[in-house]
Design a protein around this ligand. Structure first.
Ligand SMILES: [Zn+2]
Length: 302
């Protein structure tokens, strides 16, 4: 690797930084050697955290001449890699300024923040660090090709991709729903309750089941017996089980696939056909800010 921080001096956004890194290191292997990359970019050391309750941290100065990255050593290695990439994001994104004590401390929940922050500076930094980490560990040019492979969205494919890029299935899933052509939603559940879900709001409608609610009785999770660690077959499920369906309208088919994991966790992949997706189910503007909405209306030719 030849990259230095000087090469990245003009990049301000997470996307731009990743683009520059990929341009300067076109032979960057997969999985991305994240620790080696950090050391090339003025991170002195990558060491375990000693503070309880955090997933990662960065110790630096306001000028950010150099830094130390901290990680939770109790976490699985693939999550650790995401944490290290996230902290590298805080280090490289010029607008991310450390606390008065010269550090960033990030919780596990921070690593999952995907949107928001227009009026919350800290949240905005977390969202940007996550975008940086996701794109750096799953470089879009390669990742897009791997995601497009295969006839239907499938947890088996997602698992292989997660292994290849050495990221958690959840981190891979967040990117998968964006890059897969078909509308896909990924629901993370534990002990029969919905913990969180990932979907591209432009392609996949908001779930009718809120966070914290029980997984519907007619979900494939309950309809069949599942074997731990073995993705189920893909089965059609009545769309109304998961999605808001207007009375008297025939919704597009919804497919469901389940992967039972340890400690009561399960991943549920929901998907629809690319062409038959029921466009009117999706409120394309539901999660945009008013500025984004305005921009969309002004520049959209629809
Ligand atoms: Zn953070």
């Amino acid at each position: 690797m030849n990259i230095t921080r000087m090469d990245l001096a003009d990049a301000g956004s997470p996307e731009r930084l990743v683009l520059e890194i990929l341009k300067l290191e076109p032979q960057l292997p997969i999985p991305v050697p994240i620790e080696e990359l950090c050391l090339r970019l003025d991170i002195h050391e990558i060491v375990p955290l000693t503070t309880q309750g955090y997933e990662g941290g960065l110790i630096t100065t306001p000028e950010k001449f150099n830094g130390s990255i901290l990680f939770n050593k109790a976490s699985p290695t693939e999550r650790r890699r995401f944490t290290i990439a996230h902290e590298l994001g805080h280090f490289l994104i010029p607008s991310h300024v450390p606390s008065a004590e010269g550090r960033f401390l990030c919780k596990l929940q921070d690593m999952r923040k995907l949107k928001g922050g227009e009026s919350d500076r800290r949240l905005k930094m977390e969202v940007e660090a996550n975008r940086f980490a996701s794109q750096l560990l799953m470089p879009p040019p390669k990742f897009r090709m791997d995601v497009a492979f295969g006839k239907d969205p499938d947890i088996r494919q997602l698992s292989l991709i997660a292994k290849k890029y050495d990221v958690s299935k959840e981190a891979a899933g967040r990117a998968y729903v964006r890059f897969r052509e078909e509308p896909v939603g990924i629901v993370v559940t534990q002990n029969g309750k919905v913990l969180r879900d990932y979907r591209d709001s432009l392609k996949f409608p908001r779930l009718a089941i809120p966070t914290g609610a029980l997984v519907p009785a007619h979900s494939l999770l309950h309809r069949r017996k599942h074997e731990m660690g073995v993705p189920s077959d893909i089965d059609e499920t009545d769309a109304g089980v998961w999605l808001p369906v207007e009375r008297g309208r025939q919704p597009a088919p919804l497919y469901e696939q389940v992967l039972l994991q340890r400690q009561g966790y399960a991943l549920i992949m929901l998907s629809r056909d690319a062409v038959a997706a029921d466009e009117e189910d999706v409120d394309e503007e539901a999660e945009m800010t008013s500025a984004e909405r305005l921009k969309r209306r002004l520049f959209s030719d629809r």
